[in-house]
Design a protein around this ligand. Structure first.
Ligand code: TXA
Ligand code: MG
Length: 322
């Protein structure tokens, strides 16, 4: 049973994280916050997710800021039904058959991202594919309906901690860092969704989960979730910590360092994270054969940006894995 509403202050937390029991008002408040660009914790049938508007890059960057994640991973995007999923991703017959059998439910399908889909680049970490899921839980379904937007949602835990299956777990790990947690009681499944890739004509199992899928486990280790090569990398050499552009370089600026474009003119790391993948793509498409990027100092999400850039700047052979 959902707990009574209790304030962050009563829990000894900063007063800014509220916990509301699942009901219509809680969903309306969560939708208001999400449409204002905030992340909100909400139960799904697998684990609690930290949901943000997948069309709003800064909102998604706030997920990373709240989780304190040391790097960027492509995130799962939640939609209300298969029709909504097909507006964002391209489904072949196999993918559609799986979706029809298992949605709504704890299955995530990785499919090619549709051109022109309004998904922020930070959601897919710049990849041409997208992970989509139609959740069965009434809280997430109600929230999707109330927002009218696709919602990006990783598990609602601070980086390095296990996935939360109760609102109290979310309080313990993200209390004081997010404005609202919806308490829908313990989650039914308790483990994250099964992930299947349906790109290039063959199904591959990327993550085991509640649903057993008869597909070969990705034999290609570099395709598994979180692996290096599943991340977008620019095709051009990238020079880090640049304070000005050499003749053949396209410069991505930050703060004081003016560039051809800037991650954030006033040095805001959340804005920088939100712009990162789009600007790397832009730099890749520019006429200059090389990319340079300004230093992004600081901890937290700035460190996640530097981690991503370090990987992007590493030699190609390393990026593509074994
Ligand atoms: O049960 C779940 O799936 C939970 C609830 C909240 O829905 N969500 C969840 O999301 O586990 P997240 O973001 O923590 O897991 C995303 C996983 C990552 O391991 C990521 O690498 C993989 O999905 N992934 C996302 N997009 C991908 C893509 N385009 N290609 C390959 N893997 C992808
Ligand atoms: Mg997780």
């Amino acid at each position: 049973m959902p707990a009574q509403a209790y304030s962050g202050r009563a829990m000894g937390l900063p007063p800014d994280t509220r916990v509301l029991p699942l009901n219509d008002e809680a969903i309306a408040e969560a939708a208001r916050l999400i449409l204002a660009g905030q992340p909100v914790a909400v139960p799904t049938e697998t684990v609690y997710g930290l949901a943000a508007d997948a069309t709003n890059a800064e909102a998604v960057a706030r997920i990373y800021a709240a989780k304190g994640r040391p790097g960027f991973n492509p995130l799962i995007v939640h939609v209300p039904d298969l029709a909504a999923a097909e507006e964002i991703g391209q489904f072949d017959e196999q993918a559609r058959a799986l979706a029809k059998t298992h949605w709504p439910g704890p299955l995530t399908l990785v499919v090619p991202l549709r051109e022109g889909a309004l998904i922020a680049g930070i959601v897919t970490a710049g990849l041409p594919t997208i992970a989509l899921r139609v959740p069965a839980h009434p809280a997430m379904q109600a929230l999707l309906k109330a927002c009218g937007r696709p919602l990006a949602a990783p598990s609602a835990n601070a980086s390095g901690l296990i996935s939360p299956t109760r609102a109290s777990h979310v309080v313990a790990s993200l209390g004081g860092r997010i404005p609202l947690i919806i308490d829908g009681g313990a989650t039914e499944r308790g483990i994250e969704s099964t992930i299947v890739a349906a790109t290039g004509g063959a199904l591959r199992l990327l993550r085991r989960g509640p649903i057993d899928i008869d597909a070969p486990e990705s034999s290609d280790s570099i395709e598994a979730p979180g692996q290096l090569a599943s991340h977008y990398a620019p095709h051009k050499p990238l020079r880090l910590d640049a304070t000005d552009a050499r003749e053949d370089e396209y410069l991505i600026g930050f703060g004081q360092v003016r560039g051809d474009v800037t991650l954030s003119e006033n040095g805001n790391p959340i804005e920088a994270a939100a712009n990162l993948f789009d600007l790397l793509h832009q730099a890749d498409a520019a006429p200059q054969p090389r990319i340079a990027i300004a230093p992004v100092p600081g901890g937290g999400i700035a460190a996640a940006i530097r981690d991503r850039l370090k990987r992007a700047a590493a030699p190609r052979a390393w990026k593509e894995g074994p």
